[in-house]
Write a protein that binds this ligand. Structure first.
Ligand SMILES: NC(=O)c1ccc[n+]([C@@H]2O[C@H](COP(=O)([O-])OP(=O)(O)OC[C@H]3O[C@@H](n4cnc5c(N)ncnc54)[C@H](O)[C@@H]3O)[C@@H](O)[C@H]2O)c1
Ligand SMILES: [Zn+2]
Length: 393
């Protein structure tokens, strides 16, 4: 039988970030309560991947399918072994890696693999990988037999702090990224830092950009911690990394708990704030035909959007400089020499988040305080992007 909703009827608490952190021996456990999914999502920060098997078993799963890519296959095998050892049948399915495989064709393959493996409605899908595996496997879980339960085991830093949290799933169309998808909350997220040991440094850096963004929009304290510990972060010093990831997850979880589906009306905990750096960032990704990686593009985007915020009189120059310094100290780029500024701006204007003509941007008004600006003048945006293209100021 499917376990009933874990809300336990506590509707008064729905929509609030419940609970924060129960400390188990070492791992931190956080409960995220979202409105539409009507279940709690448990986020274990600093656990071990085998816990995903235990959680699936605890959810009375009939079967499990661990979806991974070649790079995360050894991790999926560990989960398979733990599941099998606990008496839960688990099939490992490796999908082709990379953004170019975030497609409907991959989705169809996975549907067929799930069927071949005999998954039924009481099965649990365990997504083992970075954002690509998580987005695809999450989307497949949302639609297979009209929805089977999902656990994320993020194995990139970006997936730990960003893509595994918040319930956005989806795939790309030829015409653009993430155009097909669903909001589908996982039942659990298991963050095991040991998985980062095999992640190349340029991939680790992509996660730093989203962590810095979280600090810029929500937490002067996290920002200061990053400033003081940038070197420790770059060398993945466990004590610093774990605390920083926990705070970044709390920030994203807190926002999505109050704005799960990115409402169009800005409010105090708007999901739109998470787009800081992403307006220019998406433009850069598209204009560079995705040769600039997402985190790098967001970092450059944050530098450019800070420039716009200063220009509009929203942000102090000194705060913009502090943000740029932090990004550099984390090894992130803050300019894109040689990029064609007009192409970036054109790509931004096609961004699906820009509604009704003018550019809409989430800009910081101070470190930790974001604001949504509607109708950012095109010329101001273009001037700032041109500065980025020249290599900064
Ligand atoms: N759903 C969301 O809210 C959300 C948010 C941000 C980004 N995303 C999506 O996430 C994707 C990017 O995710 P990403 O940055 O994690 O990249 P990715 O999933 O492409 O992973 C990057 C590379 O690292 C490899 N890898 C993953 N884990 C590894 C490990 N532990 N050891 C060695 N190699 C490993 C992967 O195989 C891949 O080659 C994009 O498609 C983006 O659209 C989604
Ligand atoms: Zn992002």
């Amino acid at each position: 039988m499917r376990p009933s909703c874990e809300c336990g009827g506590k509707d008064d608490a729905i929509g609030m970030m419940e609970a924060m952190v129960h400390t188990t021996q070492k791992a931190q456990r956080m409960i995220v309560h979202t409105k539409s999914a009507h279940h709690l999502c448990t986020v274990i920060v600093g656990g071990n991947v085998e816990q995903a098997a235990g959680l699936a078993k605890g959810m009375a799963a009939s079967k499990a399918a661990a979806v991974c890519c070649q790079n995360t296959l050894p991790i999926a095998r560990r989960i398979e072994a733990a599941a099998t050892g606990g008496g839960l049948d688990c099939t490992v399915i490796a999908m082709d890696d990379g953004e170019e495989n975030k497609t409907l064709a991959t989705v169809e393959n996975l549907f067929n693999e799930f069927q071949k493996a005999g998954l039924d409605r009481d099965a649990v899908v365990i997504a083992v990988g970075g954002g690509v595996v998580g987005d695809v496997a999450g989307f497949v879980a949302s639609a297979f037999l009209r929805g089977v339960r999902l656990i994320h085991v993020p194995t990139t830093l970006l997936a730990m702090v960003d893509s595994s949290i918040g319930g956005k799933t989806g795939v790309n169309l030829e015409g653009g990224k993430n155009l097909i998808g669903a909001f589908y909350q996982p039942h659990a997220v298991v963050i095991d830092f040991s998985t980062l040991q095999t992640l190349p440094p340029q991939e680790v850096r992509q996660g730093f950009a989203e962590i810095a963004k979280a600090a810029c929009i929500a937490s002067p304290a996290l920002f200061a911690k990053l400033e003081q510990n940038a070197t420790a972060m770059v060398s993945l010093e466990p004590s610093v990394l774990e605390e920083v990831v926990k705070q970044a997850v709390e920030i994203k979880a807190g926002i999505i708990s109050q704005d799960e589906r990115e409402s169009r009306i800005p409010h105090a905990a708007s999901r739109m704030f998470l787009n800081f750096g992403h307006s220019i960032g998406h433009g850069l990704e598209k204009a560079s035909k995705f040769s600039i990686r997402h985190g790098d593009a967001v970092s450059i985007g944050m530098a450019g959007e800070c420039g716009i915020a200063v220009r509009l009189g929203i942000l102090e120059q000194s705060d913009a400089e502090r943000i740029e310094r932090l990004l550099s100290s984390l090894g992130l780029p803050t300019s894109a020499p040689g990029v064609d500024a007009n192409s970036v701006l054109n790509a931004m204007e096609y961004d699906k988040k820009n509604r009704g003509g003018g550019l809409v941007m989430a800009l910081p008004s101070a470190i930790g305080s974001p604001t949504i600006v509607q109708g950012v003048p095109r010329e101001d945006a273009l001037d700032e992007i041109m500065k980025l293209a020249k290599g900064g100021d």
